[in-house]
Design a protein around this ligand. Structure first.
Ligand code: EPZ
Length: 420
C-alpha cells in the first residue's frame, strides 16, 4: 500500500485546477444504464472509484471506456447480473439499483457493507423503489428487486438525519421510466443530485424541482443517449482552500463553482480566511490571525460532512476553542486520534469534537482511514513541522485525482512512496 511522505511547513502558492465531482460521476455512470444508446460524460476525474464503477458496468454487459477525462458508456445489452464481488466493495454501487429496475425491471445488488464512518443503511432507497411498485427482498446480503411494471407515486425519502443523496438519485432514475408521475418529498438538494437530474433530462426524462426538497418526475417510455460535462468537485475545492489557509499560503482555485460552496466559504470567512471570487476562480489566503469557529454538519445547503475533517485540521492550528458537531454520520471522527499523534488537542463529546487549537503540529507516521479523513491528514502533514508519512493512501486515491501531483505543483514537499 502506497504512502505519502510530506515535509511540512511550506506555504502553498500557485494555481490548482479542480476536477469533476466524484459524487456526481458515480450516479451519472449508473444513469447511462437507462438507455441502449451511447452516453458521453466529460470532465471525469481519474479516480479508482470511477474505474471501479466502470468495471461494474462492464460486468453488467455495458461497453465502458475512458479516454482522458471522457467516459463513453453504451449499455446496449444488459446481462442484469453484475460481478457481485465487485459491487460489495464499493458502497456507491447501490446506485445501479434504480437504473437496472427502470431498464430491466429486475436487479440483484449486493447490500453495501458499512464503512468506518457509519452503518450506511439503504432502507430509504428500498422504501422509494418499493413505492414505485418494486417487490424487494433482502437475502444472503443481496437486494433482490423485481418490478413487472413501475408506477409513479408520492414518496417521502427523509430519514432520521434528513435526506439521502444516493437514495434520491436511485429513486429519481427508476422513476424516469415509471408510468405516470412520481413526487419525491424530502429529496436531497445537493448539487450532485441536480447534475444527475440534468443528465437524465438530457436523455429525455421529465424532471423538475431537482435541488429542492420536492422533485417531480413524469415517466417516459424510453430514454436516449446524452453528452454531459460533470460539475466541478466542491469537496475537492474546499479541501484545497483549507490546505492554503492551513499552510499560511495563497492559492488560486480554477474552475470551481463558488455557488455550490456557500456554507464552506461562509465558515472560512468566519475563521478569517479571505476568499476572493473571480467567476469560477477563487483566490484563498489567511486574512491575518485565524479565528475559532463552531460547525455543525448538515444536509445541503448546510456545512458538508465531507469537509468536516479538513476544517478540523484548520481549527487545530487556530488559537482558541472550536466545536465541530457531526450530524450526518454516526462515527466520522476517525481522524481525531491520528491528529492527536501530530500534537493536536481534541476532545470528543458524543457527536461533537472540541478542538483546543493553537499548538503547532509536529510530523509523525499516521494512518488514513476513510477518504475525507485521509485528505485531512495530508493537510495536517503539510502544516506540521518535520516529516509526516500518511499510510494507506488508497483511501485518498478513491476521491482525489492525483492529489500529490496537484500539491507538489503548489510547492508542497510531498512524494508518493510505493510499497515495496
Ligand atoms: C453521499 O453518500 C456521498 N457519496 C457521501 O460522500 C456524502 O458524505 C453523503 O452523500 C452525504 O452528503 C456519494 O455520493 C458517492 P446519504 P450517501 O444517503 O448518498 C442515512 C465522500 O467522502 N441514510 O445522503 O450514501 C445515512 O446513514 C462520501 O465522498 C439512511 O438512514 O449518503 C447517513 O446518516 C462519504 N438510510 C445519512 O442518511 C438510507 O437509506 C446521509 O446518507 C440512506 C441513508
Amino acid at each position: 500500500m502506497d504512502s505519502l511522505m510530506i515535509k511540512g511547513g511550506v506555504p502553498l502558492e500557485g494555481e490548482v485546477q479542480i476536477s469533476g465531482a466524484k459524487n456526481a460521476v458515480l450516479p451519472l455512470m449508473a444513469a447511462a444504464l437507462l438507455t441502449d444508446e451511447p452516453c458521453v460524460i466529460r470532465r471525469v476525474p481519474d479516480l479508482s472509484d470511477v474505474r471501479f464503477m466502470g468495471q461494474i458496468l462492464a460486468s453488467l454487459g455495458a461497453e465502458f471506456r475512458m479516454e482522458g477525462d471522457t467516459v463513453h458508456i453504451r449499455a446496449a445489452r444488459l446481462k442484469g447480473m453484475a460481478d457481485y464481488d465487485l459491487i460489495r466493495k464499493m458502497r456507491a454501487s447501490i446506485c445501479i439499483l434504480g437504473p437496472l429496475l427502470g431498464r430491466l425491471h429486475q436487479a440483484k445488488v449486493s447490500l453495501p457493507g458499512g464503512c468506518v464512518i457509519g452503518s450506511r443503511p439503504v432502507d430509504l432507497h428500498l422504501k422509494g423503489l418499493a413505492a414505485l411498485g418494486a417487490n424487494i427482498t433482502v437475502k444472503n446480503g443481496y437486494v433482490h428487486a423485481k418490478a413487472p411494471k413501475l408506477v409513479g407515486s408520492e414518496v417521502f425519502l427523509g430519514g432520521r438525519v434528513g435526506p439521502t443523496v444516493l437514495g434520491t438519485a436511485n429513486v429519481m432514475m427508476a422513476a424516469t421510466l415509471a408510468e405516470g408521475v412520481t413526487v419525491i418529498e424530502s429529496a436531497a438538494c445537493e448539487p450532485e443530485v441536480i447534475d444527475v437530474a440534468n443528465f437524465l433530462n438530457g436523455m429525455g426524462a421529465k424532471i423538475s424541482g431537482a435541488g429542492s426538497p420536492t422533485v417531480q418526475i413524469l415517466g417516459v417510455d424510453k430514454l436516449h443517449g446524452v453528452e454531459h460535462e460533470v460539475i466541478p468537485d466542491r469537496i475537492e475545492a474546499a479541501t484545497f482552500a483549507i490546505a492554503a489557509a492551513a499552510t499560511g499560503g495563497e492559492i488560486t482555485i480554477l474552475g470551481a463553482r463558488p455557488d455550490h460552496m456557500s456554507a464552506v466559504l461562509d465558515k472560512l470567512g468566519e475563521a478569517n480566511v479571505k476568499v476572493e471570487r473571480r467567476g469560477r476562480n477563487l483566490t484563498v489566503k489567511r486574512g491575518g490571525r485565524l479565528k475559532p469557529v463552531d460547525i455543525t454538519t448538515l444536509p445541503y445547503a448546510g456545512f458538508p460532512t465531507d469537509v468536516q475533517a479538513q476544517m478540523m485540521v484548520l481549527m487545530t492550528l487556530t488559537p482558541g476553542l472550536s466545536i465541530i458537531t457531526e450530524r450526518v454520520f454516526e462515527s466520522r471522527f476517525m481522524h481525531v486520534s491520528e491528529l492527536a499523534r501530530l500534537g493536536a488537542e481534541i476532545a470528543i463529546e458524543g457527536p461533537s469534537a472540541i478542538v483546543k487549537g493553537g499548538r503547532p503540529l509536529s510530523g509523525a507516521p499516521i494512518m488514513a482511514s476513510d477518504l475525507r479523513a485521509s485528505a485531512a491528514l495530508v493537510i495536517a502533514g503539510l502544516a506540521a513541522s518535520g516529516t509526516t508519512v500518511v499510510n494507506r493512501v488508497y483511501h485518498i486515491d478513491r476521491g482525489y485525482e492525483r492529489i500529490d501531483d496537484k500539491l507538489r505543483r503548489l510547492g508542497a514537499r510531498i512524494e508518493r512512496v510505493k510499497e515495496t
